[in-house]
Write a protein that binds this ligand. Structure first.
Ligand code: CA
Ligand code: CA
Ligand code: ZN
Ligand code: ZN
Length: 204
C-alpha cells in the first residue's frame, strides 16, 4: 500500500490546479456531515452513487493511521485509484491489489470491451488459488506494461490507435495516469480500426 500511496502523492503534486480543485471538490462532496473527514458510511454512499464497486477492504487500506476515517491526504489515494483505473481487486480473494499482481494477458489484450481483465494477487497466483480459462497466460503488471511497448512500435500506422488503447490500459495497470497519452502526443500515430492482438508475456 505504501507504494501506491507514494504514487498517489506524486500524481496529485503534478495535477494542474483545476484538477487539484476537483479532488478537493470530490472530497467535500463525499464528506456529507462536513466534519472534514470521510467515514465508512460516507465512503460507501459516495461510491454507490456513481455505481462504482464498493470495496470495504480498500477503505481499510486507505485509512493509513487506522482511526476509522479518511483525511484529505488519505482520500487522495482513493481519488488516484479512481482516476487512474487503479481500483483493481483480486478476482479470487477480493482484496485490493495495492502492489504487484498478475493479470491474464489474453483477457487484457482482448479488444472486445465485454471481456474484462482477470487480475489475481501474488498469493492467489502463486498458490494457484484461482480458476481461469485453460491456456491463458498470466504476467505481472510491470511486465505487461513493458510488453505493451513492442506492439505499438511494431504496428503499421493504421493499426496504432488500437495499440494505443491497449497501451493506455497497460499504463492503468501500472497505476500511471494516461491523460497525456493522446495520439497527437505520440509521434506520428494516426487513427485506424484494424485489429491488433497483443501477445507476449512469454517469460511466464
Ligand atoms: Ca465526514
Ligand atoms: Ca485516517
Ligand atoms: Zn487473491
Ligand atoms: Zn484470460
Amino acid at each position: 500500500m505504501e507504494e501506491i500511496r507514494r504514487a498517489a502523492g506524486a500524481y496529485y503534486e503534478n495535477l494542474p490546479d483545476e484538477e487539484k480543485r476537483n479532488a478537493r471538490f470530490s472530497f467535500n462532496e463525499m464528506d456529507k456531515n462536513k466534519d472534514g473527514k470521510i467515514n465508512l458510511d460516507e465512503y460507501v454512499e459516495y461510491l454507490k452513487k456513481d455505481n462504482n464497486t464498493v470495496l470495504p477492504s480498500l477503505f481499510t487500506a486507505l485509512d493509513k493511521d487506522g482511526n476509522g476515517t479518511l483525511d484529505f491526504d488519505e482520500a487522495i489515494v482513493l481519488y488516484y485509484t479512481m482516476q487512474s483505473g487503479r481500483a483493481i481487486i483480486c478476482q479470487s480473494c477480493k482484496t485490493f491489489l495495492a502492489g504487484a499482481y498478475f493479470t491474464c494477458s489474453q483477457c487484457f489484450f482482448n479488444d472486445d470491451d465485454s471481456v474484462s481483465t482477470f487480475d489475481v494477487c501474488c498469493d492467489c497466483y502463486g498458490g494457484k488459488k484461482f480458476r481461469h480459462n485453460d491456456g491463458h497466460i498470466f504476467c505481472d503488471n510491470y511486465t505487461l506494461l513493458r510488453q505493451s511497448r513492442s506492439p505499438i512500435q511494431a504496428a503499421p500506422i493504421k493499426k496504432r490507435t488500437k495499440v494505443l488503447n491497449i497501451l493506455k490500459r497497460g499504463m492503468q495497470v501500472a497505476g500511471i495516469t494516461s491523460s497525456d497519452l493522446q495520439p497527437s502526443n505520440i509521434g506520428g500515430i494516426i487513427t485506424g480500426d484494424d485489429e491488433v492482438r497483443g501477445n507476449g508475456c512469454s517469460i511466464m
